[in-house]
Write a protein that binds this ligand. Structure first.
Ligand code: PRP
Ligand code: ORO
Length: 179
């Protein structure tokens, strides 16, 4: 069943306005604070439910990206019973010294789970690292895709982006509630 009010509910939970420096160095007047929906179990559950439908067939592992992708991947993992991988930005410098925590992923089909995509930089870095470790990575499923409309920011690394919500959908939901 479609979740008709998801865009409006996510938008009102996590849209912030002001001046924000993004991960990429870009400066934006809008920021989607994903933790404001991830911290609410009902909203996190609704996003994860939509993600389950977007997972490509053959997914063997869910690669949640530090930090914001990890709670989402955990919720999708609980729903699907697919194991999760917790992918750090940088390998740990002691102990197991792993970049991706969880099961062995070499030769396995990993679908990346991310919170927000702006330029795709964080996903690109993780994709390269997982591929270097032998993973098959073809699709990223994200909660919010705020990259420029009509372009795939990850085409250069051959990654398909599947988004629960796009910036355009959030903007439309916002304008329909601000009258
Ligand atoms: O597509 P990009 O231009 O790379 O930007 C999006 C990335 O930036 C944020 O990461 P940040 O390091 O702020 O996030 P965290 O709070 O999840 O650690 C966000 O969670 C994405 O990972
Ligand atoms: O590009 C980013 O760093 C970014 C944008 C955004 O809207 N939300 C977020 O958590 N990160």
């Amino acid at each position: 069943m479609p979740d008709e009010t998801l865009a409006a509910d996510i938008d009102s939970a996590c849209r912030l306005t002001g001046e924000f420096t993004l991960r990429s160095g870009q400066v934006a007047d809008t920021y989607f604070d994903k933790y404001l929906f991830e911290a609410q179990p009902a909203l996190l559950d609704r996003v994860a439910t939509r993600m389950v439908d977007l997972l490509p067939e053959g997914t063997e592992l869910l690669g949640g990206l530090e930090l914001g992708g990890i709670p989402i991947a955990t919720m999708v993992s609980a729903k699907t019973r697919l194991p999760a991988l917790f992918v750090r930005k940088k390998a740990k410098e002691y102990g197991t010294a792993k970049l991706a925590e969880g099961p062995d992923f070499s030769g396995r089909r990993v679908t990346i789970i991310e919170d927000v995509i702006t330029t795709g930089g964080a996903v690109r870095d993780a994709t390269r690292a997982l591929r270097e470790g032998g993973a098959i990575v073809e699709v990223v499923v994200c909660a919010i895709d705020r990259s420029p409309e009509g372009e795939n920011p990850l085409a250069d690394v051959g990654l398909e982006v599947r988004a629960v919500l796009t910036r355009a959908q959030l903007d439309a939901a916002q304008s329909s509630t601000v009258e």
